[in-house]
Design a protein around this ligand. Structure first.
Ligand code: AMP
Ligand code: MG
Length: 399
C-alpha cells in the first residue's frame, strides 16, 4: 500500500500550486463593498494619526511650568472639532476628549481631579504630571507607515483603520470564481421527494455557503450524476472559473466518474491522506482549470475543506496567514491509543474542557452542529484527561 500523505505535506503541495496561480486582477471598491475581500496593495498612511496632539479626557490643559500649586484661571474652552488659540501663559484651558491640545500646553488633568472655584479658577487637587492624558501626534501611525499589508483580509477592524486614514476606496483582489459540483446518483435537492436509495444533497449548501463567506463567487453546477458523458459535459461548463470544487465520486470505485474523467482526460493526483475524517482527496486539472475533489461524506467534506481547500483558496488571493488559529485547551477525555492518521474530533468546550461528541462518524453533520470546533489529535499521540490539545474553533474556519 502506498504511504499515506500527511496533512502537512498535502497542505504544502496545495499552497505551492496556489502560489503558482495567484489571482492578479485588482478592483477598486468602496469600504462597504470591500468587506471580506483581500487587499491587493499595501495601505500606506497618508496622514499622521492622530493628526495633532489631542486630549484623552474631559478636563483642563495647562503648561506644567505655569503651575506652582495655585489655582489657574480658564482662558478658553476647546471642544472636539475646534481649532484652539495658543494657551495664554499662566492660565489653563477647558478641554474635552478628542479636542486639539492648544500650543503651549503640555499636561491635561481630568475634571474629576479638578475643583472649579466660585471665582472661575480651577484648583488641581493632585500632583500634575507632564504629558498626562495627551494623545501625541502620530501615536497610532505616521505618514508613510505601512498600516495594512497586501494580502490582508479586510474585516471591520481593517476597514475602520482604512477609514481612519481617510481612505474611501481600496484596491482588492477580484473574487475567486469557484464552480461547485455535488456528485452522486443518490443525491436529491431539498424540496423534492426522496426516491428509494436517495439522500438529500447537503454538501452543496455546506460548501456553497462557506465559499460565499470566503468572498468567492460560486458557479453552482448542481448535482452531477454518476455518468461518464455527463461528467465530461459538466466539467466543460466550468471553464471560466479559478477552481472546480467537487464533493464525492473521486475514489477509484466503479461509480467514481469524476476521478475517471480526470485521470483519463485531465491530470489527477489522488491523495490518500493520513487524516480522519477525510482520507481520499483529489487534486487535479481539467482543461486547464484546477480541480479539488473533496470526499463525499459530509464531515469529511467539512474537515478537508477547512484544512486544505480553505487555505488554498485564501492563498490564491495572496493571503499569507492561511492557517486557522489553534488554541490549546485541556481535554475532557483521555486518548489512550495513538492513531496512524491525524484525527479531527468534533468537540464542544464545556467548563473550559474539550468534550468529544460520542458519534464521530464521517457521515454525520449533526455532531458538527453540536460542536464548537475541531480538536486536533496528531498522528502517534496519546493524551490524558486535562492535557492540552490543539483546538480550532469553527468561528475561525467559517470566517
Ligand atoms: P462518495 O465520496 O461519492 O463515495 O460518497 C461518500 C458518502 O458521502 C456516500 O455515503 C454519499 O452518499 C455521501 N455523499 C456524497 N455526496 C454527498 C452530498 N453532496 N451530500 C450528502 N452526502 C453526500
Ligand atoms: Mg458517490
Amino acid at each position: 500500500m502506498a504511504a499515506l500523505l500527511s496533512l502537512d505535506q498535502a497542505l504544502e503541495l496545495l499552497l505551492r500550486l496556489a502560489d503558482e496561480e495567484p489571482i492578479e486582477e485588482v478592483e477598486s471598491l468602496s469600504l462597504v463593498e470591500a468587506e471580506g475581500r483581500v487587499l491587493a496593495e499595501d495601505l500606506i498612511a497618508g496622514v499622521d494619526l492622530p493628526p495633532w496632539p489631542n486630549s484623552a479626557m474631559d478636563g483642563y490643559a495647562l503648561r506644567l511650568a505655569d503651575w506652582q500649586g495655585q489655582p489657574l484661571p480658564v482662558s478658553q474652552k476647546i471642544f472636539a472639532g475646534q481649532a484652539p488659540a495658543p494657551l495664554q501663559p499662566g492660565s489653563c484651558a477647558r478641554i474635552f476628549t478628542g479636542a486639539p491640545l492648544p500650543d503651549g500646553a503640555d499636561c491635561i488633568e481630568m475634571q474629576e481631579n479638578c475643583e472649579l472655584l466660585e471665582d472661575g479658577r480651577v484648583r488641581f487637587l493632585q500632583p500634575l504630571i507632564a504629558q498626562r492624558h495627551i494623545r501625541p501626534q502620530g501615536q497610532e501611525t505616521r505618514v508613510g507607515q505601512r498600516v495594512l499589508g497586501a494580502g490582508t483580509r479586510l474585516g471591520p477592524v481593517q476597514l475602520a483603520l482604512a477609514a481612519s486614514l481617510g481612505q474611501a476606496q481600496l484596491g482588492v483582489r477580484r473574487r475567486l470564481r469557484v464552480a461547485l459540483l455535488s456528485t452522486g446518483d443518490e443525491l436529491v435537492e431539498p424540496g423534492l421527494p426522496l426516491g428509494p436509495g436517495q439522500i438529500y444533497n447537503s454538501n452543496r449548501v455546506l460548501l456553497g455557503g462557506w465559499l460565499r463567506r470566503l468572498g468567492c463567487s460560486v458557479l453552482d453546477l448542481g448535482i452531477l450524476p454518476d455518468d461518464l458523458q455527463q461528467t465530461r459535459a459538466r466539467l466543460l461548463q466550468a471553464q471560466d472559473v479559478d477552481l472546480i470544487l467537487s464533493s464525492g465520486g473521486v475514489s477509484v470505485g466503479e461509480a467514481d466518474f469524476l476521478g475517471q474523467v480526470l485521470r483519463e482526460e485531465g491530470a489527477l493526483e489522488l491523495w490518500k491522506l493520513a487524516l480522519k475524517p477525510g482520507k481520499p482527496l483529489t487534486c487535479g486539472r481539467y482543461a486547464g482549470v484546477p480541480v479539488i475533489g473533496l470526499p463525499g461524506n459530509p464531515a469529511s467534506s467539512l474537515v478537508t475543506f477547512a484544512l486544505l481547500a480553505r487555505p488554498y483558496l485564501l492563498r490564491r488571493l495572496g493571503v499569507e496567514r492561511v492557517q486557522p488559529l489553534r488554541l490549546q485547551v485541556p481535554a475532557g477525555f483521555a486518548w489512550p491509543k495513538a492513531g496512524g492518521r491525524r484525527e479531527y474530533l468534533r468537540v464542544r468546550l464545556d467548563g473550559g474542557q474539550a468534550l468529544a461528541h460520542p458519534n464521530q462518524s464521517s457521515g454525520l453533520l449533526i455532531s458538527a452542529d453540536w460542536a464548537d470546533g475541531l480538536l486536533e489529535v496528531p498522528e502517534g499521540v496519546t493524551f490524558e484527561v486535562g492535557e492540552r490539545v490543539g483546538f480550532i474553533p469553527f468561528s475561525e474556519l467559517f470566517g
